[in-house]
Each structure stands twice: as structure tokens, then as C-alpha cells.
Design a protein around this ligand. Sequence first.
Ligand SMILES: NC(=O)C1=CN([C@@H]2O[C@H](COP(=O)(O)OP(=O)(O)OC[C@H]3O[C@@H](n4cnc5c(N)ncnc54)[C@H](O)[C@@H]3O)[C@@H](O)[C@H]2O)C=CC1
Ligand SMILES: O=C([O-])CC(=O)C(=O)O
Length: 320
Amino acid sequence: MARKKIALIGAGMIGGTLAHLAAQKELGDVVLFDIAEGIPEGKGLDIAESSPVDGYDSRLKGTQDYKDIADADVCIVTAGVARKPGMSRDDLLGINLKVMKSVGEGIKAHAPNALVICITNPLDAMVWALQKFSGLPKEKVVGMAGILDSARFRYFLAEEFDVSVESVTAFVLGGHGDTMVPLERYSTVAGIPLPDLVEMGWTTQDKINSIIDRTRKGGGEIVALLKTGSAYYAPAASAIQMAESYLRDKKLVVPCAAYLSGEYGLNDLYVGVPIVLGSGGCERIVQVNFTAEEKAMFENSVGAVRELMDACIKLDPSLG
Ligand SMILES: NC(=O)C1=CN([C@@H]2O[C@H](COP(=O)(O)OP(=O)(O)OC[C@H]3O[C@@H](n4cnc5c(N)ncnc54)[C@H](O)[C@@H]3O)[C@@H](O)[C@H]2O)C=CC1
Ligand SMILES: O=C([O-])CC(=O)C(=O)O
């Protein structure tokens, strides 16, 4: 059976990490596409030269030609710019919107049957624009943010409870920004929801509140430390989990930016919600019940996403 093909559009910090992980996991052959000459070729060759040591047979190719992504099964998009200290994700909108247009056209022309996973920020607005520019089916275009935000939440909770990260589940929904919605009632240790753990006296509400605050600012914490760019190991791991769920039809239930048409009472926008991710792409949107407080937080987050979409339409009226 022929190998699957994974196209990475953008071969920067996340793109290179994605290539390494995809090859190590033998998800398929990897094409790194970037406008920067030499970078995708160099990273592809460097990773390929590690394959005899690590023992995997994925092939890697770097390119500046969209023809090389032909018939890819998965395209993961990180093309664009990342923020530096002092910037918000939203400051990237103008530059990255133009990038989404060229990437969308490239994918439409050469890999129209792929599952497209967008990572470029500001995520919810960029995945929405990318779907429109590419014209691919909405269930085949998804955004990565919720798995990352939930992983940060899980990691901080595991530290607090001094338990395995594997025993902690969490759902962070909403837009990928300061308004994101970490859901306490749907986050657990061994299936026990956080409010019950507070009641049992294993932690305090104050500690949970500060973990939620740290989760919301998790991206900025890394930017402040790195100074030259933003997080890439955890974002890449999160997107690879999505690609794997699609390619192996695992049907993981994961929070992703998905296109809503009526779910949660919302239309024509992408925002973070739990989805079933299988060989059909976004196979189901899971509509969880919200308390009044959770609903207000989710709506506030949706409002922030809509503002960014409006800003996109102002810059490119074809999106309207
Ligand atoms: N959704 C999420 O949870 C996260 C999103 N991000 C976002 O992911 C994006 C990528 O981050 P990094 O890999 O760290 O950035 P990076 O700057 O290391 O890599 C971006 C790459 O895109 C390339 N590029 C620029 N314009 C292009 C075009 N038109 N076509 C193809 N390639 C193009 C650049 O040459 C560069 O190699 C940023 O927008 C960042 O904010 C980062 C972390 C998490
Ligand atoms: O914070 C950033 O700019 C990158 C990002 O989205 C994250 O790490 O969550």
C-alpha cells in the first residue's frame, strides 16, 4: 500500500517540528513547502539523515513549488509570521491573512482532497479565511488550538495534583485568545470533575483559578521566555495528534476550531468546540451543555472571534 502524504505549508519552527514528528511516527512521506529557499530543503535533509539512526522510512522533501504537494492526504498550515514579546496574536492578522490567500489557492489547485489543519494565528479567523480561500469542504478544514490549550491546562493540573498527565482530562473551548474558555466541570482527574476535587479538599478554588489564568496566558508565557518567537513543540504535537486521528480513523474527541452551521446557535464561523475527528474529517460537533456562566464566557469568546473576522472582511471584501 502506498504511503500517505503529509504536506507542511510553512517550514519554520512548528513546520520543522511537525516534519520530525510525522517522520518518526511514520505517518507518511513528508513534503515541506516554504517560500524561504533552502529552509525546507535543509530541514527535510537533516531529518532524513536522522532516519537511519532512529529507524524510520518516511521520505522527506523540501520545496518552493506547490506542485510537490500534489494529492497530499493532509496539509498542515503554519505559513505566516509568529508574534514576538509585546505583540498579541491579533497583531498578526494583516500579514497572515494575505498568506492564507496564497496558501488556500495552492491547496485548492494541488491537494483539494486533503484534510487541512490550520495553525497560523490568529487561529479562528485564519482557519475561517483559509476555508473560504481554498473552497475545500468545511468538514475537511479544521484549526488546531484547543488540544494545545487543553494540554497546557492538563499539564498545570497534573503538576498541582502531583499525578500523571495521563490521568488528567480537560476541555478548553472558544477562540484561541485571552477569552478562551477552560471548562472546570468538564475537566477531570481520573474522571472526577474539578469542582468535586475542590470539594474533596484535594485543591482549592484559588489554585484552580490561577491555573486557569495561566492557561489563558500560556502562549504569551512562552513568547516572553523565548523572545524570538512562539511555542512550537506542544503546538506541533497537538497538530500531529489531529493528523493521526484522521489518517488512522481513530475518531478522537478533541477540541478543535470547527465550522459551525447552527451548532451552539451559531453560523458561519470557526471556533473551538469538541469534535469527533476521523477519516471524514470533522465527523461530528459535540454540543456540550453550558451553565449560564460558561455560556456567557463562550459568547464573549465568540464575540472576539467575530471582531477578527470583521477585520478580515475589511481587508479582503471577497470574504464577506
Ligand atoms: N494555533 C496555535 O495554537 C498556534 C499557532 N501558532 C502560529 O503558527 C504560525 C507559525 O509559527 P512558527 O512556525 O513558530 O513561525 P515561523 O516564523 O518559525 O515559521 C513560519 C514560516 O512560514 C513561512 N512563510 C511565510 N509566508 C509564507 C507563504 N506565503 N507561504 C509559505 N510559507 C510562508 C516563513 O518563511 C516561515 O518559515 C504563527 O502564525 C504562530 O502565531 C503558534 C503556536 C500555536
Ligand atoms: O502565543 C502565541 O503567539 C502562539 C500560540 O498561539 C500559542 O502558543 O498558544
